[in-house]
Design a protein around this ligand. Structure first.
Ligand SMILES: [Zn+2]
Length: 66
């Protein structure tokens, strides 16, 4: 496992927290199965972003960042 020296920042609008999670998702209507979008999320916004995706029926996988 390689660690990124530049810690990702939360993708939530206006949030500048260091991300603790990575959400891997795609929109099946516009993305092929090989196309995966990545959103970084802090502890606070991980449930918010995941809810946003699952509410739209997008396949979503959450990974804890090292
Ligand atoms: Zn955040």
């Amino acid at each position: 496992m390689t660690s990124d020296p530049e810690a990702p920042i939360c993708s939530s609008r206006g949030c500048r927290n260091t991300a603790a999670w990575m959400l891997l998702w795609r929109n099946p209507r516009i993305h092929g199965s090989d196309r995966v979008k990545r959103w970084a999320a802090c502890d606070e916004h991980e449930p918010v972003l995941r809810e946003f995706l699952t509410a739209r029926g997008f396949p979503c996988e959450t990974q804890r960042l090292p």
